[in-house]
Design a protein around this ligand. Structure first.
Ligand code: MSP
Length: 632
């Protein structure tokens, strides 16, 4: 029996999980499940990256501690993974003691090797943000976060002798040409390293949210040294019990997005070389999911939330779509239309129809019994089975599923050709149905890594017990009789689906129109008495959370801190502002408005805004006011 260790990146807790994050974790789960089915002892790790400037700044904006922010967001990742049937063996959080201990153990080894030295770090510094920014992020001499002016500053820092590892890394890449996958990315990395590496600053004294540098605690460790170490600290490296580390390290596959390739393919192996720890076997950089031509991001407001898709269509459907729709190394664009098309064509039509048809025929004609068959499908089934495994060895989910679907399509054709419904209960029908049922069992096993629930249902409905690749035999005997089920993947009426989506948008427009009508009515110069006005309670509120209302491009749902309480308020300002623009802002609100629902989401108050040709312009105070302050 072999062993297989696979990891996902650990996700920053300054952001809620979106479809891009879900993709990476689903692909890792797909490989982990595949290896379990091969009979490999498998360890699958995921987790959250909870230290560093990004998290500290987000927490500051919300007026909470970084740990409070991490505790809140980590749950969203954990819950989404449960919902998506992710079968991780561990979930590491970098704020856990076990992780911190392990990081210190790695650092100690790097110090012992003579690779850490103290010097000064010089770079663009923003006084308002109290932080350094990489040269490349500075735009026109301004910091990327708030556009404050930056100055060049020197700060004391500890450095890692990364330059020393230029040659050893190049030698390693040459000896392991498939270290980084796909090949084009390996070349990118090599070219970068060939230009020569600079020593790397590995501590920061401008922030305090991180693991303190031992014996010089005004410095905290650079978040990437902290984060990358998770891959071994989770296995108990540097602890009393490092049996998992001994068993599973080196990692077989670090699955990551292409944007974090350099950290994994250059820094991480160099850190490991320094600490004299073996290097991982493969790093696979996948492409991005885009929406409207851009990589999904909070600030662009083009995030696809996987939760409603799972609620409406099931985790298997979303998993299948993401794995099948785009080659792993390329970018792909998410659209509702492509999603529904895939569901209808591949799942409802091809697999769903085949399954319900064969089960119904077996039940009708042979009381659910599957016989030996005449072997007419066995050879083509094993041919496809080999192609599937080859694609899996090449880490190609899309290609592996394509081989299965080509086979499903040939099974549907085989049924049409043999017409087992024409001569019910005949010898020929018996052979046809038994052959297709056996082939379908093989299909179910192969789709199990992608769609564990549906695969289980198919195998169970055919009356077989679950098996794994290692023990698979075509001739397996049923343990119970096959029984019919309704289509596993009901067909979606595309027209109706998009009408409903439109309805959602229309409802939103109506809400807007209502607001405009009220404004029009009030144009009639009707004056109100001061007593009347006093009835309206206006207060300052600090926006601590903001996200878009699903299926709406105007509405933003905010959590607003009013000192004594936090309230949920929905506002139609999403065309002008992104949720990120709002977090941390203190604005005036109508506090005693009756609660109302906007697109089904409760709103308990109203933000005040200027109106410039129909465009909302938010108002702010000239001086700082505490949340909840009355406005009169
Ligand atoms: N915390 C670091 C990783 C440290 S690993 C030691 C980080 N976190 S992240 O939350 O910003 O990104 C996590 C992963 O999600 C990355 O691999 C990134 O490529 C992936 N994705 C983020 N947006 C994505 C898409 N739109 N599409 C696909 N994956 C993308 O980086």
């Amino acid at each position: 029996m072999g062993k297989f260790y696979i990891s996902t990146p650990i996700y920053y807790v300054n952001d809620n999980p979106h479809l891009g994050h879900a993709y990476c974790t689903i692909v890792a789960d797909f490989f982990a499940r595949y290896h379990r089915l091969l009979g490999d002892e498998t360890f699958f790790l995921t987790g959250t990256d909870e230290h560093g400037q990004k998290v500290q700044k987000s927490a500051e904006r919300e007026g909470i501690t970084p740990k409070e922010l991490a505790d809140r967001v980590f749950v969203r990742y954990r819950d989404l993974w449960n919902k998506l049937d992710i079968s991780n063996n561990d979930f590491i959080r970098t704020t856990e003691e076990r992780h911190k201990k392990g990081v210190i153990a790695i650092l100690k080894k790097m110090v012992e090797k003579g690779d850490i030295f103290k010097d000064a770090y010089e770079g663009p510094y923003c006084v308002s943000c109290e932080s350094f920014f990489p040269e490349k992020d500075v735009v026109d001499g301004k910091c990327p976060d708030f556009g404050h002016p930056v100055t060049i500053l020197r700060e004391e820092s500890y450095f890692f002798k990364l330059s020393k590892y230029t040659e050893p890394l190049l030698k390693f890449y040459n000896e392991h040409p498939d270290f980084v996958l796909p090949e084009s990315r390996m070349n990118e990395v090599k070219t970068f390293v060939q230009m020569g590496l600079k020593d790397l600053s590995i501590t920061r004294s401008s922030i305090n949210w991180g693991i303190p540098f031992p014996e010089d605690e005004k410095h905290v460790l650079y978040v990437w040294l902290d984060a990358l170490s998770n891959y071994i600290t989770a296995l108990g490296y540097g602890s009393e019990d490092d049996s998992l580390f001994k068993k599973f390290w080196p990692c077989d596959l670090h699955l990551i997005g292409k944007d974090i390739l350099r950290f994994h393919a250059i820094y991480w192996p160099a850190f490991l070389m320094s600490a004299q720890i073996p290097l991982p076997k493969h790093i696979l950089g996948h492409g991005w999911w885009m929406k409207d031509q851009n990589k999904m991001s909070k600030s662009l407001g083009n995030i696809v939330n996987p939760n409603p898709l799972v609620d409406e269509f099931s985790s298997d459907v979303l998993r299948y779509f993401l794995l099948r729709e785009k080659p792993i190394g390329s970018d792909g664009s998410f659209s509702d239309e492509a999603f529904i098309d895939r569901l209808n064509a591949d799942l409802a039509n091809d697999l769903g129809n085949l399954t319900s048809r064969i089960l119904a025929l077996l039940e009708q004609q042979f009381e659910g019994k599957i016989f030996e068959g005449d072997g007419s499908l066995k050879e083509s089934a094993f041919k496809q089975y080999d192609e599937y495994h080859k694609a899996m060895e090449n880490f190609s989910p899309k290609e592996s599923l394509e081989t299965v679907w080509a086979f499903i399509s040939s099974l549907n054709k085989f049924l049409v050709l043999r017409e087992p419904w024409a001569k019910p209960k005949s010898e020929s029908s018996k052979n046809t149905l038994s052959e297709v049922a056996r082939a379908l069992r093989m299909v179910a096993l192969q789709i199990a890594p992608a769609m564990p629930r549906s695969a289980g249902t198919i195998i169970n409905s055919l009356g077989f017990k679950p098996s794994i690749f290692k023990d698979f035999v075509w001739e397996e005997k049923q343990t119970t009789r096959a029984h019919r089920i309704s289509n596993l993947f009901p067909r979606v009426d595309k027209k109706e689906y998009f009408q409903n989506l439109k309805k959602g948008e229309k409802m939103e427009e109506k809400e807007d129109d209502k607001a405009i009508e009220t404004k029009e009515e009030s144009k009639g110069e009707e004056r109100v008495s001061i007593d009347h006005f006093r009835k309206i309670e206006l207060r300052a509120g600090k926006i601590i959370e903001a996200e878009r209302v699903p299926k709406s491009n105007k509405l933003i749902k905010m959590i607003v801190d009013f000192g004594s309480e936090n309230r949920q308020i929905v506002a139609g300002i999403g065309k002008k502002y992104s949720p990120e623009d709002l977090i941390g802002k203190t604005c005036p609100f109508v506090f005693n408005l009756e609660p109302a629902k906007l697109m089904g989401v409760e709103s308990n108050g109203m933000i005040l805004a200027g109106n410039l040709d129909g465009e909302p312009i938010l108002l702010q105070f000239l001086e700082e006011v505490p949340p909840g302050a009355k406005i009169s």
